[in-house]
Write a protein that binds this ligand. Structure first.
Ligand code: CP
Length: 306
């Protein structure tokens, strides 16, 4: 039985196969409409979510399966003190696969250790968000045509932004990917990402604080929101929250084919006027998220569709 706790749980070849299936799903949805008939996914969300939870549910429904779950810890027995280990033992009796989001880093790993069904990490604290990474890879591969030979700018809250940590971990495996890390000094990537991922793999990276001046170099700009829920101090959040705002003026510095991605939700960091720019692909990204999660469910449940 396989789980997805980190993007590194799949080889580059497995990721390619997953994206091939997702592409086929996007072209032939009817072929997959009954693939998971009789199967159930449990969405165990101890933290708020719109996209990840609903896209997992939409993915399973699109495959002919069913969904159950909870959308906050308050509406589950976690509120009475039940542990993640006990919860997953129970859910293993009700569902065939589960997606878990939790504010504590490592909670999905604990679940996987006690589970008899595949566990998908749907975001654990400020650590990892592997299915957002699958979505991001699918978006880049489909719209750019390749995942190698790119310069990607990652901008905003690189300290707490789990989507950034997972994406760097995944992209490091493709040749000639250059990382430009754009953040205020207070929100730089954690040192383990710098030392154990970027430096350890000999990746090209640079850390800058200004967005405008780096824009002309980028093939991709991955914007992120400042993660309010991870700050201990509200004053510090308020000081940081508008540190970068991408607007039409800044887009003028970008290449004609630079793509703007964002895992969403957006707060202020991308002005809504940018939405009309054809290079803004963050809403297309959401649709790719459903196809890749459908492909992931099929893979983890070992369902083959001919
Ligand atoms: N991208 C993402 O994880 O969005 P949600 O928090 O709405 O699931």
């Amino acid at each position: 039985m396989k789980h997805l706790l980190s993007p590194l749980d799949f080889s580059v070849e497995e990721l390619d196969q997953l994206m091939d299936v997702a592409l086929d799903i996007s072209k032939n949805p009817e072929k997959y409409a009954q693939a998971c008939k009789g199967k159930k996914i449990a969405t165990l969300f101890y933290e708020p979510s719109t996209r990840t939870r609903l896209s997992f549910e939409a993915a399973m429904l699109n495959l002919g399966g069913n969904v159950l779950g909870f959308s906050s810890s308050d509406s589950s027995s976690a509120a009475k003190g039940e542990s993640v280990a006990d919860t997953i033992r129970i859910v293993s009796c009700y569902a065939d696969i589960c997606a878990m989001r939790h504010p504590k880093e490592g909670a999905p790993l604990v679940a996987a250790l006690h589970s008899s069904i595949p566990v998908i990490n749907a975001g654990d604290g400020g650590h990892q968000h592997p299915t957002q990474t699958l979505t991001d890879l699918m978006t880049i591969r489909t719209l750019k045509g390749h995942l190698d030979n790119i310069t990607i700018g990652l901008c905003g809250d690189l300290k707490f932004g789990r989507t950034v940590h997972s994406l760097i971990n995944a992209l490091i495996r493709y040749p000639n990917v250059r990382f430009v890390l754009i953040s205020p000094p207070e929100l730089r990537v954690p040192d383990y990402i710098r030392q154990e991922v970027l430096k350890a793999n000999g990746a090209f990276y640079k850390e800058v604080t200004q967005l405008e001046e780096i824009m002309p170099e980028l093939d991709l700009l991955y914007m992120t929101r400042v993660q309010k829920e991870r700050f201990f101090n509200e004053e510090e959040y308020i000081r940081m929250k508008d540190c970068y705002i991408l607007d039409k003026k800044k887009m003028e510095y970008a290449k004609k084919d630079m793509l703007v991605l964002h895992p969403l939700p957006r707060v202020n960091e991308i002005s809504t006027e940018v939405d009309r720019d054809p290079r803004a692909v963050y809403f297309k990204q959401v649709q790719f998220g459903v196809y890749i999660r459908m492909a992931l469910i099929l893979k983890l449940l070992e369902v083959e569709v001919c």
